[in-house]
Design a protein around this ligand. Sequence first.
Ligand SMILES: Cc1ncc(COP(=O)(O)O)c(C=O)c1O
Length: 500
Amino acid sequence: MKKLLLDTDVIFAAENGEDRDAAALIETCRSGDEFQAWTLATTPLHLIESGMSPDRIESALQSVSQIPINASLNSKAFESGLEFDAGLLMAAAETFKIPFIISNRYAQADHSGFLSCNQLLNGKHNELTDKVDFLNLNFPLHAIFDEVDGRFMDIIQNTAFAGGNHVDLFEKEFSEFCGVSYTIGLSNGTDALRFALLAMGIGPGDEVITVPNTFIATSEVISQVGAVPVFVDCLDGLYTIDPDLIENRITDKTKAIVPVHLYGQVVNMDRIMEIADKYNLLVLEDACQAHGAIYNGRHAGSVGHAGAFSMYPGKNLGAFGEAGCLITNDRTINDTVRCLRDHGQSQKYYHRMEGYNGRMDNLQGAVLRSKLVYLNEWNCKRRQVAKWYADLLSTVDEVVLPEVPDYSAHSFHLFVVLVPDPQALSGHLKEHQIFTGFHYPVPLHLQEAYQDHAQSGETFPVAESCAQRLISLPMFPELNKEQVQRVCDEIARFYSRKSC
Ligand SMILES: Cc1ncc(COP(=O)(O)O)c(C=O)c1O
């Protein structure tokens, strides 16, 4: 049943016979099972004020549920910038997850988010529900809004913008969450990788092994500290580094391995650590897409010598801007990265070394602390969405689903499948208001930026083949089963039409 939030004007217009559409809508809500009608608890009062008799009010509100108004809804209405009644309807719809607000007066005034009775009866709501975004950054806001709002006011009143208690507390809480000794709050994930490499002493003349199928931040920091990125192909179906190919690429210049937990899929870390131990190499996990992903009971990022996270807004644990962090159990790495993020200062204006401006700001620390509380719950929801996709797409032969090995609790930052013709499928889905992405369409060794690279001319067949076939389907915790079903139905329809 689809929930509708009815404005008083709809109930009034239906009851006094002024508006046939309103009457038809109320009747549809009463007799059918397509819609469930809600209104605000203030509605009876407004109806009394409008002169309607108590028995007519009772009849009008028959089978319409009422939403109590509390201080939080009132303050959201005030803050909405809309006139109060419209703001209250908006706040209630958001809080109680009611997708459609039916109001003739506000629809006529072209307020976005409001439908008239006529628009609803003509199916306009179907156009709105049918859209499936690739990513929805709004979804977590209702859960954390009040807390973040309070924290922001506090920071603004105390002008505690740089550094500050929320960064310190986030560091403590994220360390506890990941089961590590240290977290260093930073301005982004790229700096987390860069500072870790520097703290590990990696520089000119060194080689660092990583994959070509990742975001360029993984490899650019290796070059930028003066070392050479050495690519190793990935595993089909897992998209993570193929451990069997690593030893072949180790030379006496190799200093470290940077495995990437791509899309939230964890790397087989036991294999990586075995190789690292054998050749005395450091391991920096790129966990920028793997917040809360688990490898054999341990958090992604916590198995190697250090783990880097991006808190870019679209990530599973995303800030309200740029942020990142590094986790480690190594005291020297912790101390050096703390120093590097703050211009090499050991204390104010005393510089142990040259460093960078790479600190996390207090507003982001506040947001991340509020969101961290929900990270496991949101990851569970992502896993449920992935399971729906896997079940519903299992019969579509053209779609290759991601594998999830026993050692992994995938965090599904992205849900990536392989298909023969990703661009055509994406175009078809877009025509049906379903939005997709490509992560990533060109492997790093084929990028213009790497044409002068030491190993240019080398091929990485699995990464290359995956890049030509991959498509990222909509993925965020609040995707519901109907939306996933719609995506899968459209994919199935696309391929059944092609095979006819
Ligand atoms: C795998 C990977 N590594 C590194 C980064 C860099 O993180 P940031 O954008 O926070 O600098 C990202 C960001 O998307 C990423 O996906």
